[in-house]
Design a protein. Structure first.
Length: 461
């Protein structure tokens, strides 16, 4: 059980063996948060009582969680990245290069004290959990598991989710968590930004009441700052040494995995990022690379031919295409028999899926520059294109977020999406001018739909 986790977890209600001295600020915080959960369970007018019991940061998160339909009694599910999918995602993530530093600064000492260290990505998905086996197993019962999503939209108020949302270090103690299953957790978390200021990950120390100390938050902030400085130094070295350093051996292809990327979303020409340089790519080469990235187990020549063209492509045509592709990406990137990638290819399709998996619809919509290779007629590409569009649209409609729906309906794919306009209307005040504009647009779409149906009937369709 979670109570086996060392480090002084907060006692359950009714346990008089409290490790928190009565009258302290922390004890009052626990008491007020427990009262707030009582009002939360009562609902209705009782929710107005929350404002006097919770810290402003926590209160705002709880209210967002309520609007998002999160159930405080939500039980642990098996949703999340697991197995080889998690391993591939974790190995390709920028945080992977920082793990030796994080291990030295946080993991080695912290785990010996009975606390755990959680490393999450920029969406709040847990990449790794470090600590003694007993503590890691106990923390897993609360949802602190590798591959799980700790974004606020998925689990409500928690330290990682708030860092992802605000970009600022914070801590959450016991019953301040929105979910009851996390009430035995105290977490102190800090953001890690890249040199351009973008969030790339979150570091968190978690455990019992001992974590609710200023020095613990200071420690995790210091580690995050050191990680950011490491990223800055790495970027500076890359700028100073655009090519290989004299006297140094070129790294093997596997060491270059995080430097190979593919952008295929939108109307522009596909782009390959290779060793820091962006290279225009032909559509056929982009199709092959994306299909290989989507099938890490590899593709035989016949299978690849079917995914590229629904007519018969002979093996000679496939071999010629692969030969030309190797002249662009290098001889050691693509293996044969079956054709497969020898390195991880980071694609914008993968990034979009990760955003959708984490529940960050706002970020997913920002990533979505347009359909996957919109000019491609390859059956395998069409399947990927349709899958992503359906997933994104479903997430947009289910977000009930006015800003997300506004951007979707302003884009090419959502401009005539009547259900999306109706969902957008539901988020707007009926007395506002915007409501009238949206209503007018819906009426235009209704008339157009009626006219189209009439034409179909007349043509005998």
């Amino acid at each position: 059980m979670v109570s086996n986790l060392a480090g002084g977890w907060p006692p359950r209600r009714g346990d008089n063996r409290s490790t928190v001295e009565p009258g302290t600020q922390l004890g009052a915080l626990e008491s007020y948060a427990a009262q707030a959960h009582g009002y939360l369970s009562a609902g209705g007018e009782q929710l107005s009582q929350l404002a006097g019991l919770l810290r402003p940061l926590v209160l705002e998160s709880w209210l967002r969680s309520l609007r998002g339909g999160i159930d405080p009694m939500d039980v642990l599910s098996e949703r999340g990245l697991r197995g080889v999918d998690l391993q591939r995602y974790r190995d390709a993530h920028p945080i992977a290069a920082l793990m030796p530093l994080i291990d030295k600064l946080l993991v080695q000492d912290t785990s010996r004290t009975g606390l755990i260290v959680v490393v999450a990505d920029q969406f709040g998905r847990v990449l790794t959990v470090h600590g003694k086996d007993e503590q890691v197993a106990a923390a897993a019962e609360t949802g602190l598991r590798a591959g799980d999503d700790l974004s606020e939209r998925r689990v409500g108020a928690n330290a990682v989710g708030l860092v992802v949302r605000t970009g600022r270090a914070t801590w959450i103690h016991g019953p301040e968590h929105f979910l009851h299953r996390m009430h035995q957790v105290t977490g102190a978390a800090a953001p890690v930004h890249d040199p351009d200021g973008r969030l790339v990950g979150v570091l968190m120390i978690a455990g019992g009441v001992r974590v609710a100390k200023p020095e613990i938050l200071a420690l995790v902030k210091a580690a995050a700052t050191a990680a950011e400085m490491d990223l800055v130094l790495t970027a500076m070295r890359a700028n100073q040494h655009g090519g290989a350093r004299p006297g140094r051996r070129e790294p093997e292809p596997a060491a270059q995995a995080d430097r190979i990327g593919l952008d295929v979303l939108g109307l522009g020409q596909p782009q390959l990022t290779l060793a820091g340089d962006r290279v225009p790519l032909s559509q056929r080469h982009a199709e092959i690379l994306l299909l290989l990235a989507e099938h890490p187990e590899g593709l035989g020549a016949d299978h690849l031919a079917l995914l590229l063209d629904d007519t018969d492509l002979d093996n000679g045509t496939i071999r010629a295409a692969m030969s030309r592709l190797r002249s662009v990406v290098g001889p050691n990137v693509v293996g044969s028999r079956p054709y497969r990638l020898r390195v991880h290819l980071a694609t914008d399709v993968e990034a979009l899926r990760a955003a959708l998996d984490s529940g960050d619809v706002d970020y997913a919509l920002r990533l979505y520059a347009g359909p996957v290779l919109p000019r491609s007629t390859a059956p395998g590409i069409i399947d990927i294109r349709d899958e992503l569009r359906v997933r994104l649209r479903t997430a947009v409609l289910g977000s009930h977020d006015s800003g997300v729906l506004r951007r979707w309906t302003a884009g090419a794919e959502g401009r005539d999406d009547a259900p999306a306009w109706a969902a957008y209307r539901a988020t707007v005040d009926r007395d506002s001018p915007l409501y009238a504009q949206i209503e007018a647009k819906i009426r235009v779409l209704d008339r157009r739909l009626g006219a189209d149906a009439t034409r179909m009937q007349r043509s005998g369709s």
